[in-house]
Design a protein around this ligand. Sequence first.
Ligand code: AMP
Length: 194
Amino acid sequence: MKKICVYCGANFNGDPLLKQSIELLAEVMVNNHIDLVYGGGKVGVMGLIADAVLAKGGQVEGVIPQFLMDKEVGHTNITKLHITENMHERKQLMSDLCDGYITLPGGLGTMEEFFEVLTWLQLGLHNKPIGILNVNGYYDFLLKQLDVMVEQRFLKPVNRELVLSSADPIELINLMNSFKPDVDEVWFRDRNFI
Ligand code: AMP
């Protein structure tokens, strides 16, 4: 992987372990010559990961729609800032630019971005690895919910396996590097299926 797209919150909750994980992720990326692609803001976890990669000498590309430049305070000191017309263009460009995705703690926007690329993987629209950096158990319930989807037969087990997760950035990047897409693109069953 040459570029990883990181989805993360426009807020930061002050968790020192999260701060530490962000620093470590940045270090692992820079040491492995992996550039950061992200939402382009300088607030919250977004700003922290961008600044951490820059501080370690890495390259950072931000992608932000014009209307969020003011609201989310676009980061103007990064390697490259792409300004798009709208959110759809932003998410498409972020996805096109990268070779894999990592989700850090965040809110609704982060979830929307994570599930969008996960569903695109399930549909066979890309074959890039998707990782969750599960810092401090933040995503335990999300991962559990995916298991419930499998138990309740709304998600095929093989597609559940597409989600890579670890609390450790090094392990997560290793998992992503060895990811071999094994997707069941026929994700639906006949309605009479019991
Ligand atoms: P959040 O996780 O809500 O703090 O948002 C993190 C990032 O997700 C921000 O850069 C948002 O602009 C972005 N985002 C992407 N899609 C959406 C969406 N549909 N609604 C809100 N935020 C979004």
